[in-house]
Design a protein around this ligand. Structure first.
Ligand code: C5P
Length: 234
């Protein structure tokens, strides 16, 4: 079965640029991530178009609201036909359970994953929010809560993958951004890891944006990455 490990982050401002990219690559080579900027500007029509082109779409809208609202939002995303979507684990167990109920509205439900602690938040930021627990323990606690609530896994930094994989076991999905091949610039990512290392540490899927989307030849960049992970991608 074809199971591409790379999820390309379509961090574009509009549909035209996103579709210009999607025409350059094939669904056998990658999945595509549509986030808040692109979805807000291009809407469900773009998602349907990408799915129509044969791509699996990860709808990265990080739902976080009362359980009933999140249930309905997740159901709407499932009906749109997305492959994966996410919610904030800090929305709590009832919200995550409602999200799971929501995605069950279609025969082949999408993967549902959780965001634990945004990597933009430092220990100091968490302290200001009244959260005193050290970050690694907090991430692990929220991951367990996500799995117990019926989620399929979490988004985590590649640097967290090894420890999380060891503590939660083999079956949960770990989706990791902050990935940079040796030949790429780090951009604004500070804690980076190569695609090979992230997969070897237990990542299930790799979210990669600029090393591919800003490359002068995106297809070639994607192919180079895919070749580099053949031996570690199961
Ligand atoms: O271009 P780059 O590879 O840095 O893009 C990474 C993608 O992953 C972006 O869409 C970014 O918003 C997302 N992301 C991240 N770090 C997180 C969560 C999501 O970089 N902790």
């Amino acid at each position: 079965m074809n199971d591409p490990k790379v999820i390309v982050a379509l961090d574009y401002p509009d549909s035209e640029q996103a579709l210009d990219f999607s025409r350059k690559v094939k669904p056998e080579q990658c999945r595509l991530k549509v986030g808040k900027e692109l979805f807000t500007s291009a809407g469900p029509v773009l998602v349907e178009t990408l799915i129509g082109q044969g791509f699996d779409v990860f709808l990265d809208l990080k739902f976080h609201d009362i359980p009933n609202t999140v249930r309905q939002a997740c159901a709407a995303a499932a009906r749109l036909g997305v492959w994966m979507l996410n919610v904030h684990t800090l929305g709590g167990k009832a919200m995550m359970q409602a999200a799971r109920e929501g995605v069950e509205c279609v025969a082949q439900r999408p993967f549902l994953i959780g965001v634990t602690v945004l990597t933009s938040l430092s220990n100091e930021d968490l302290g200001q929010l009244g959260i005193e627990k050290p970050l690694p323990q907090l991430v692990e606690q929220l991951t367990r809560s996500a799995i117990d609530s019926g989620l399929d896994g979490v988004v985590c930094s590649a640097q967290e993958a090894r420890a999380l994989r060891a503590s939660i076991g083999e079956s949960a999905l770990l989706v990791t951004p902050g990935i940079r091949p040796e030949w790429a610039q780090s951009d604004d990512q500070s804690r980076i890891m190569t695609p090979q290392q992230a997969l070897a540490d237990g990542a299930s899927y790799l979210v990669i944006g600029r090393p591919i989307t800003r490359h002068e030849n995106p297809k070639a960049a994607l192919e180079t990455i895919n070749e580099s992970i053949v031996s570690v991608a199961t």
